[in-house]
Design a protein around this ligand. Structure first.
Ligand SMILES: O=P(O)(O)OC[C@H]1O[C@](O)(CO)[C@@H](O)[C@@H]1O
Length: 516
């Protein structure tokens, strides 16, 4: 560890208190020189992307999330309007909800939000809630899965009486995601059971003309906010997806967008002082441009606990690709995990320090400990001193055992600073994708799981139709429905666990018998 290396390599944006320290990544001049042509291309790629090129060639789409915080950059008036109009509309809507101009049928004001979405249509709002939504004027609950027990738990938290004053926000870009559809149908059932008109308590955020859009129109939802096809789910937190719930929560969305715009302005500049490019180069150096090292994200601040989960989708769904842009098989990606410091020091940091050296760490330092006075937890030291001590100590201990790390510092967790952090990683992902020549903006791999689930549901229906009071084995039913016996067996155990069939256990699954 060298003070000179630290001082000469630190990238700082003092006007908003940001710094990026890559001194412990051991990047040398030879590496920068070798990467120079790719860096030049990456800058050209993002300039083209921001000017409206089809940067997502597989889907034939533009990639416009950088315009969301500076609409003036969007390449046409139509695109600019599609950012500024919904922004004005959602602010006006939030104001009407807060002042009771849009109110529940039973009167009074909406008091809480139930957000239904998954992946990029939930993770951003969840991060925002956790990071900057504490004490929000409307508490928020989430259905982000098709787990019925999870749904029941949220409904019980809201309570039957609470539903009448709950505003449901259903978010799905495609408008056809099954988990979100199921959550919405479950929510509607709860409203129906409480004798409440679902639509009069619901808002949709979705692509114009999608299945959800059509459903929302049919059910008389209070309002529908558009989502554009040039915004990807994992980069949608500054679109209607993230801003509708944030504005309803009373979060300062202008400051959030301003933070992202400020980071964009710095990382749009070419040159060595570009924090996003430095970060992308550090990822590249560490994993050999092939993702050979995982990224462990360690924010030393409780409110950023979801940041690692958020980055997991942003990085892994963007960079985890089978093919490069020329069609060659590359199986790219960077695995991301993490939670928060110093908590993780009492969990997996043991392995990071002494075990498999297959990662680099990314520390996120929040300089301010708390607002208000601190007590001394021992003579001379506060809790904040300890948190800082643990961050600095772990960083050093890892480096001493040959483990590299990056440290990103921000002054405190505010809407502005959250925007700064998100924008930094979004652009890093864009740069890294260019460096390794992949499309960061599609997700073809997700389709395989969705298709396989649909096949399972079809088989489940067929299996159900063959069940009778007389006992049958999985092999017998598989023969009847012409399917793989193991697949049939999994259908049968699912039905039995949920009380639809009786199971009589044999010596092995082949001898298990199933009957109505
Ligand atoms: O907003 P939608 O269309 O419901 O999609 C939800 C999520 O599903 C994916 O399409 C695939 O997992 C994500 O990219 C997206 O964020």
């Amino acid at each position: 560890m060298s003070w000179s290396t630290y001082a000469s390599s630190l990238i700082r944006y003092p006007q908003f208190g940001f710094s990026l320290d890559t001194s412990l990544m051991d990047l040398d001049e030879a590496f920068f020189a070798k990467m120079a042509p790719k860096v030049e291309k990456a800058f050209a790629d993002i300039a083209a992307l921001e000017s409206g090129a089809i940067a997502n060639p597989d889907e034939g789409r533009m990639v416009g999330h950088y315009w969301l915080r500076n609409a003036a950059l969007a390449p046409s008036q139509e695109l600019r309007d599609s950012i500024t109009k919904p922004l004005a509309d959602l602010k006006a809507f939030a104001e009407k909800v807060h002042t009771g101009q849009v109110k529940p049928l039973s009167g009074g004001v909406f008091q809480r939000i139930l957000l239904i979405g998954i992946g990029g249509s939930a993770l951003g709002p969840q991060l925002v809630t956790e990071a900057i939504g504490h004490g929000a004027r409307m508490p928020i609950h989430f259905f982000d899965n098709t787990d019925p027990a999870g749904i029941d738990r949220v409904l019980s938290d809201i309570g039957a009486a609470g539903l009448a004053k709950t505003l449901v926000v259903v978010i799905s870009k495609s408008g056809g995601t099954p988990e979100t559809r199921n959550g919405m149908i479950e929510a509607k059932a709860a409203y129906d059971a409480a004798g409440l008109h679902f639509g009069k308590h619901a808002v949709a955020v979705t692509g114009t003309g999608s299945k959800l859009d059509q459903y929302a129109e049919k059910e008389g939802f209070l309002v529908r906010f558009p989502m554009e096809d040039w915004v990807g789910g994992r980069t949608s937190v500054m679109s209607t997806v993230g801003l509708v719930p944030a504005a309803l929560q009373g979060i300062d969305i202008d400051a959030f967008l301003a933070g992202a715009a400020a980071m964009d302005a710095e990382t749009r500049k070419t040159g060595d002082g570009n924090a996003a490019m430095r970060l992308a180069l550090a990822w590249h150096a560490s994993g050999n441009g092939k993702g050979e090292k995982d990224m462990v994200v360690l924010p030393y601040k409780d409110s950023l606990v979801l940041f690692s989960k958020y980055l997991q989708q942003l990085v892994m769904e963007s960079l985890g690709k089978e093919h490069d842009l020329d069609g060659a098989v590359v199986n790219q990606g960077i695995a991301v995990y993490g939670n928060k410091g110093s908590t993780d020091q009492h969990a997996y940091v043991q392995q990071l320090r002494d075990g498999v050296a297959n990662f680099f760490a990314t520390f996120i330092e929040v300089r301010k400990g708390r607002h208000g006075d601190s007590i001394e937890v021992e003579p001379g030291n506060s809790s904040a001193d300890y948190l800082q001590g643990f961050l600095r100590g772990t960083r050093k201990a890892l480096y001493d055992s040959g483990r590299k790390s990056i440290t990103i510092s921000i002054p405190e967790v505010t809407p502005f600073q959250l925007g700064v952090l998100i924008a930094l990683f979004e652009r890093t992902v864009s740069f890294y994708a260019s460096l390794v020549n992949i499309n960061a903006y599609h997700q073809p791999g997700v389709e395989a799981g969705k298709k396989a689930a649909a096949v399972f549901l079809d088989l489940l229906g067929a299996v159900r139709s063959r069940l009778v009071s007389e006992a049958k084995t999985a092999d017998q039913i598989a023969f009847e429905v012409d399917a793989d016996p193991e697949d049939v067996y999994h259908c049968l155990t699912h039905l039995s666990a949920n009380g639809e069939v009786q199971i009589s256990i044999g010596t092995t699954p082949k001898e298990d018998n199933f009957s109505l």
